[in-house]
Design a protein around this ligand. Structure first.
Ligand SMILES: [Fe+2]
Length: 597
């Protein structure tokens, strides 16, 4: 059975294809359209998924959309009427936006794919999140908690997933919290207040929080009232998003927290207003964690299960995820590689397969590499055409050794390998790699390559079996760390040598690399360990600020040419930028020969 899942029209659209119950392809539209957070109907992603499997639309048994547009429209209409007359300015915009492609999704799917109407199905938004989290996780019986900005009505759900030995699958959603009461919207309101782009800058708030003290926590708690059943209600007098498409917080909010940060102002979290912004970030981060911990702890007491699957955009908050693992009584916590709306494309396809059609459960390979493959020959061709230094290494071992030497010499390497990751994080397929040892290296990356705020931390990658040597990784956090979904402490004795990847509070959002799942990246870390003594590399996504992560060799090459990246690698090909940096005949740059001995 061939089932196509689609998420679209909000942000970060994507497509995923299941063949006989297993994913064969999944990719976000932005990687192919090259428009960051592309929300358009994912024509390119669908086309690529079908091509990858050698299928045409006529071969599809079902096409599943990740949410129910009519329910979403009902919510938008209800809110507009409830907030009338305050919503009168946003009403025409909301109606126009909803009555366009969003509401007539069935017609859009039919017109693009030509499939029969009875083959088009709709999942519910949070059920898609729940399925993406639970059905891809290595567990048979698990509590499930999903939280995001909003889907149709739900903004947070709790439930349980079960897969029995006969292959039957059940996902029960016990309870939900409805719009406008939303942890995702609360965090986004603070994201906007702190001068960052909503749906994109939430990472920055989390990074900034580490610099602050939560001295505004009681003020944040006034905006979110806890209810007796462990849930919450927002005090909507502090917010505007329920009635406005443009403003997310109200005058009362500004009276409480002070002037918002203009987005164009430089931000130094250690001085002046920057300190206040950092304190506000620390405060909302703390209140988010407290609320999620209480809800997850209640769910654990209710289900008595050892496992928890987390889904929805809030599960991108690695600090919160790690605290849930530590404080709620669960032994293991699982977060998928794409917990946000893009992942709902895969979740919706799984809902259709396992629940709607009742097909038997199949264990899904536990990795994020479902996207397009890199073509190393294309990189070699581009470099030759441009007359850029290029070297084809004679063996895999020689290549890994050479790249490790370059990294140890302080070179910054664009690393393209295999199939792209499904989800927002680079996990060794499309990564910029660097030595993790000094803050000078971190600053160079920020200034000449990533062009981003200096308070944002970089992440380390480490072989799974060496992780506990360098990081305080609790056993139940293994899977979280393999998808870079949790923030854990760097062991004190290693912080000085891991300065480029240790955040100001002594933590890191590490990625553990399993040799069975990502053998080449794992081998590179080991090769680096043999040379440097520490098998840890700085790993950041292969993109420049404002651009999607690179997909093909040409995009990697273009990014390499436009930035301070020193080397670019795909397959056995190493491309170097500067003639003076040319790799010597012995394969060792001169300045490394001494260091490597
Ligand atoms: Fe969502």
């Amino acid at each position: 059975m061939n089932i196509l899942g689609i998420s679209a029209h909000y942000h970060d659209s994507a497509a995923a294809l299941l063949v006989d119950g297993l994913p064969v392809a999944a990719v976000q539209e932005e990687r192919l359209s090259r428009r960051k957070n592309d929300a358009a109907f994912p024509v390119r992603a669908i086309e690529w998924c079908l091509d990858e499997a050698g299928l045409s639309p006529a071969n599809l048994d079902a096409v599943v959309f990740y949410e129910k547009p009519m329910l979403k429209f009902e919510r938008i209409l209800t809110m507009a009427l409830r907030e009338w007359p305050h919503s009168f300015k946003s009403f025409p915009h909301a109606m126009k936006s909803s009555l366009g492609e969003k509401l007539w999704v069935k017609g859009v799917i039919r017109s693009w794919l030509g499939v029969a109407p009875d083959k088009i199905l709709f999942s519910e938004h949070h059920l898609s999140h729940a399925a993406a989290a639970f059905l891809t996780a290595p567990t048979r019986d698990s509590a499930i908690l999903t939280a995001d900005g909003v889907g149709e009505w739900a903004t947070l759900t709790v439930g349980r997933g079960r897969r029995d030995h006969e292959g039957r699958t059940e996902i029960d959603i016990f309870r939900e919290i409805r719009f406008p009461h939303s942890l995702g919207m609360l965090y986004s309101a603070f994201t906007a207040f702190l001068g960052f782009a909503v749906n994109e800058g939430e990472y920055k708030v989390m990074g900034l929080a580490a610099y602050g003290k939560p001295r505004f926590a009681d003020d944040v708690r006034r905006t979110i009232r806890r209810t007796g059943d462990g849930a919450f209600r927002l005090d909507m007098r502090f917010f505007e998003y329920q009635r406005s498409a443009k403003r997310s917080y109200s005058r009362r909010f500004v009276d409480t927290f002070g002037a918002p940060r203009p987005y164009w102002d430089a931000l130094d979290p250690t001085a002046g207003d920057g300190q206040r912004y950092a304190d506000i970030a620390a405060s909302v981060q703390l209140v988010l964690e407290e609320t999620m911990v209480d809800i997850a702890r209640t769910l654990q007491r209710e289900t008595h299960l050892p496992d928890l699957c987390l889904g929805g955009g809030v599960a991108l908050n690695g600090v919160c995820n790690a605290r849930i693992l530590r404080d709620c009584g669960f032994e293991r916590v699982f977060v998928p590689s794409a917990p946000g709306d893009a992942g709902c494309a895969l979740g919706a396809a799984l809902v259709a397969d396992r629940i709607h059609f009742g097909n038997p459960d199949r264990a899904i390979p536990d990795h994020p590499y479902w996207g397009p493959r890199i073509d190393a020959a294309e990189l070699a061709r581009l470099a030759r055409d441009d007359g850029i230094d290029l070297r084809e290494m004679e063996s895999e071992e020689a290549l890994l050794h050479q790249v490790a030497l370059d990294l140890y010499a302080g070179k910054i390497v664009g690393w393209m390998d295999g199939r792209t990751e499904f989800g927002p994080r680079a996990l060794g397929s499309r990564s910029i790699l660097s030595a993790p040892h000094t803050t000078a290296q971190r600053d160079r990356l920020n200034r000449s390559i990533k062009f981003r705020e200096e308070f944002r931390p970089f992440a380390p990658a480490v072989p799974a079996e060496a992780a506990s040597t360098y990081f305080e990784l609790p056993p139940g956090g293994d899977r979280m760390a393999s998808f870079m979904s949790g923030v854990f402490r760097v062991r004190t004795e290693h912080r000085a040598k891991l300065a480029a990847v240790t955040h100001v509070d002594g933590t890191a959002r590490l990625q553990t690399v399993d040799g069975g799942v990502a053998p080449r990246f794992h081998a590179l870390l080991e090769a680096y360990g043999r040379i440097s003594g520490i098998p840890v590399l700085l790993n950041t996504s292969f993109n420049l600020a404002g651009e999607p992560i690179v997909n093909s060799a040409v995009e990697g090459y273009s990014t390499f040419r436009r930035s301070g990246i020193d080397r670019l690698v795909a397959g056995r090909t190493i491309v170097s930028k500067n003639r003076k940096d040319r790799i010597s005949e012995k394969g060792v740059p001169e300045d490394v020969e001494d260091a490597a001995q």
